[in-house]
Design a protein around this ligand. Structure first.
Ligand SMILES: Nc1ncnc2c1ncn2[C@@H]1O[C@H](COP(=O)(O)OP(=O)(O)O)[C@@H](O)[C@H]1O
Ligand SMILES: [Mg+2]
Length: 275
């Protein structure tokens, strides 16, 4: 049996819709066309996607394939052109921009490649902002924001401005801002794209910790090492899902790494004994 064949039992196709409790996310037939007259671009061409609470999902695919567009719709930054999207059981596909903003502030935490922190505000102020929008008062707001900064190991930098920090620290602050509201969904669009490899791995550790605490996380990435640490990998090509795989360790914070390497040491006898 070839090594590739041996590796097969460790992955299985993820069903688009899972039986049992309603998934946190359910998209059916979602399309998105950016209208520029004759130059209209159909960025998504019919996405069916269900994501369970507590899953950590990687979205991969070539540049221009629709990954960011999908994230914007998942995060209620934008509405689909057609199709349905239910978030936490609620149909959000036909809400107005104002209604979407309210849901976004309550339910979604975003992490971007470029951090998107306010340069003139302290880290604490940056992390407080979603709470301010949610109408939480000053003292309580500071307390919750400090807790979020603690979770990412930055509480001692609370008074610093983003420009006084390294790229990795800025991204950690952005993660604190994303989780400060206790969102039901954390979305990260190429969160390590502006970081060196080592710093990127540190950021990844943070996502692993959040996953271990039960958070639902969707990460767009070009980096195969990140994809391999997610329990599920969804590949988008040209506005469609081309592949959707659960890695065998989906329930665990980290799937087993490198199945072919692990199986390389398996002798034909022990392999036969297992099957
Ligand atoms: N605001 C926009 N207006 C017009 N076209 C857009 C807009 N955003 C994205 N596109 C187009 O939609 C397609 C998908 O883009 P995007 O979702 O950003 O892909 P990815 O994140 O996979 O690189 C691309 O052809 C892109 O040029
Ligand atoms: Mg993108």
């Amino acid at each position: 049996m070839s090594e590739a064949a041996l590796a097969l039992p460790t992955t299985l196709a993820a069903p688009a819709v899972v039986a049992g409790a309603a998934p946190l996310i359910r998209m059916e037939g979602v399309t998105k066309t950016y209208d520029a007259g004759e130059l209209a671009v159909q960025a998504l061409r019919g996405i069916d996607l269900a994501i369970e609470k507590g899953q950590m999902v990687a979205i991969i695919g070539p540049s221009g394939s629709g990954k960011s567009t999908l994230m914007h719709i998942l995060g209620c930054l934008d509405a689909p052109s057609s199709g349905s999207y239910r978030l936490g059981g609620r149909d959000v596909s036909e809400l107005s921009g104002f209604q979407l903003a309210a849901i976004r502030n309550q339910k979604v935490g975003f992490v971007f490649q470029t951090f998107n922190l306010l340069p003139k505000a302290s880290l604490l102020r940056n992390v407080e902002l979603p709470l301010l929008y949610a109408g939480i008062g000053g003292a309580e707001r500071k307390e919750i924001a400090r807790e979020a900064l603690k979770k990412v190991g930055l509480v001692e930098r609370a008074k610093h401005r983003p420009s006084e920090l390294s790229g990795g620290q800025r991204q950690r602050a952005a993660i604190a801002r994303a989780i400060v509201n206790g969102p039901s969904l954390i979305l990260a669009d190429e969160p390590t794209g502006n970081l060196d490899t080592r710093t990127g791995l540190e950021i990844l550790e943070l996502f692993d910790e959040m996953h271990a605490r039960g958070e639902t996380i969707v990460i767009v990435t070009h980096d195969p090492r990140i994809a391999e640490r997610c329990g599920r990998v969804v590949q988008i090509v040209d506005g469609l899902i081309e592949d959707d795989r659960l890695l065998s360790g989906d329930a665990a914070p980290r799937p087993p790494s490198h199945p072919p390497a692990r199986l390389a040491g398996v002798s034909p006898e022990s392999e036969a004994a297992r099957s």
